[in-house]
Design a binder for this molecule. Sequence first.
Ligand code: GAL
Length: 380
Amino acid sequence: MGRKFLVALGGAMLTLSMAACSGGGAGSGDDKSSAKPGDLTIGVSMPTQTSERWIADGNAVKSKLEGKGYKVDLQYAGDDIPTQSQQVDQMITQGADVLIIAAIDGTALSSQLQAAASAKIPVISYDRLIRGSKDVDFYVSFDNYKVGVAQGTALLVGLGLLNKDGSKGTAKGPLNVELFAGSLDDNNTQFFFNGAMDTLKPFVDDGTLVVKSKQTTPEQVATLRWQQETAQKRMENLLTSSYNDGSKVDGVLSPYDGISRGIITALQNAGYGTGAKKLPVVTGQDAEIASIKLINDGVQSSTVFKDTRLLADQAVNAAEAFLQKKEPEANDTKTYNNGVKVVPSYLLPIVTVYKDDIKTALIDSGYWTAEEVAAGQAKK
Ligand code: GAL
């Protein structure tokens, strides 16, 4: 064997063993508390860039971690499950010390999580709970049931059945509403839908609200991957199948701003919003800038604001705690059972935003500027 080859082989083995070391960095059970932030990498896996909220989340987590000196490997998976699995696999082999993951499909990452656990890499589930795995160490999110209650309540307020203070409004039924839910593979979807339906149920039961299409089960009203186009299509179909007799839709329960915009486009294409045919009350979530403009213009009725800056803070706190071999601070240790275990969670509060609240909730807090609201676009 030539000397050159031996040297090359030696080099390759050294690289391999270094990779194994850093791959198992946390893995070797090393105490990270003494490591310098600059030697530690946090893998951040986000679902998609088609929704601006996940871009804001990714940027916020990255800049906060970098501000503390950590290295960050931020990846977006284009809403494709195999891509996300592959990206997480790669973060593990490249030696991530902590993983922060917002899953596309809450049940699809079990083998990655197992690999992370064998390498002793702590996993933080970001906003969407990863299900069916014991290897989820912490969960940061909002109170997702309350998001649903807020959406149901905002629909009732928009329709005039309730006042903002919770007292009875002056409107009278029957009013026609249609229901939309998110992607069924996202653990949050059932929390949003249950919170909303628990709030709307008494009004449906006494006939004040009528779901003319009769589509009321999560399976019937779900929107795969939360896609705007899918929601638009379903709204178009609902209008043709249930409202071609001259009747009108008065309200639509929507769980997310992208879905709301799809619903609104379908309604506008069918003549709503012109003349006497008023646009229905449409709810939302995430305070996406395109929807904030629509709310400001009186087109969309409300959204639920979840401050992604605060969520990013909690994710960063949890990551640091793990690196220092501490348990992150949880404020809920009961609600989020992922099918295998209850995952300790930090849940943040939410804010309902109607037109009147845009200034105080979003502009004064620095989430969006007045110019961005007017333009309906985030400044780069
Ligand atoms: C959910 C999240 C919502 C919304 C939705 C679509 O998991 O909790 O805030 O962003 O995904 O992206």
